[in-house]
Design a protein. Structure first.
Length: 221
C-alpha cells in the first residue's frame, strides 16, 4: 500500500474517532435546533429533523459509543426506538403536539447521557446555566418547562453561555443539593462551579436571568 493511501486511511480513522467522541455534543446541538424549529413551526424543521436522524443513526459503531459514554446496551437502543416512534407519529399530529411529544424525547436524550453531560458541564471554566425541566408534572408546569427550555436555548446560544437541561423528574440529585425543588428553575454557576443565582418557577425567568448576568459582568469589568 502506498504512503498516500496509508495516510488517507489514517485520516479516516482519526476523523471517525473524532466524530464518535463528539457524538453527544453534535446530537444535542442538532436536537436543540430541531426543538427550536418545531416551537417556531419553522419551514426548515424537516431539514433539521433529517440532520438529527442521520446523527442518531450514525454508522459509527454503537459499541464504541456506549463505551465512550458509559451507556448500557439498552440505553442507546431505547433512545433510537423512541425516536422512531416519534417519527411515525409526527406527521399524523399537529405541530404543537409534535413539539410536546419531541420534548419528551429531548428529555430522554438528557437522561441517557446524564453522567457524561454532568461531568462536561461542571468541567467548564465559563459562566454556565443549569435548567431544571420536568418530563412528568401538572400540565401548566410542563408547558412552562417547554417554553423556558426554548427561551434558555436561544438565550444561551445568542450570548455564548454553556448550558445543560436536566429532567428533574428522573434526576433530582442536583435539585436536592442546591435546594431548588421547583421546575422549571435555573441556577447560574461561575467558572469555579459556585452557584451565583437561582431563579425558581418564574414566568419572567429569562428576563431576570439576563439582568442578573448583565450585572455580574458589569461588576467584573
Amino acid at each position: 500500500m502506498s504512503y498516500f493511501l496509508k495516510f488517507i486511511l489514517f485520516l479516516l480513522v482519526v476523523l471517525n474517532h473524532s466524530m464518535q467522541a463528539q457524538f453527544y455534543e453534535n446530537l444535542r446541538e442538532s436536537a436543540d435546533d430541531y426543538l427550536v424549529a418545531l416551537s417556531k413551526k419553522d419551514s426548515i424543521k424537516e431539514e433539521k429533523f433529517t440532520k438529527l436522524k442521520n446523527l442518531l443513526f450514525t454508522k459509527a459503531e454503537d459499541e464504541t459509543i456506549r463505551n465512550l459514554y458509559n451507556l448500557s446496551y439498552n440505553q442507546l437502543d431505547s433512545l433510537k426506538n423512541e425516536f422512531t416512534e416519534y417519527e411515525k407519529a409526527k406527521n399524523e399530529i399537529s405541530d404543537d403536539s409534535a413539539f410536546v411529544l419531541f420534548n419528551y424525547w429531548y428529555l430522554q436524550l438528557s437522561n441517557t447521557f446524564y453522567n457524561y453531560a454532568e461531568e462536561k458541564f461542571f468541567s467548564s471554566e465559563k459562566v454556565k446555566i443549569l435548567l431544571f425541566s420536568a418530563s412528568v408534572s401538572c400540565a401548566c408546569t410542563l408547558e412552562m418547562c417547554r417554553k423556558q427550555t426554548i427561551d434558555l436555548i436561544n438565550f444561551a446560544n445568542q450570548n455564548g453561555y454553556d448550558y445543560w437541561i436536566v429532567d428533574s423528574y428522573e434526576n433530582n440529585q442536583l435539585q436536592i443539593e442546591y435546594q431548588t425543588l421547583f421546575s422549571p428553575s435555573v441556577i447560574v454557576f461561575n467558572g469555579k462551579n459556585e452557584a451565583l443565582y437561582k431563579i425558581e418557577y418564574d414566568e419572567n425567568m429569562i428576563d431576570k436571568l439576563s439582568q442578573q448576568l448583565t450585572n455580574f459582568h458589569n461588576k467584573k469589568s
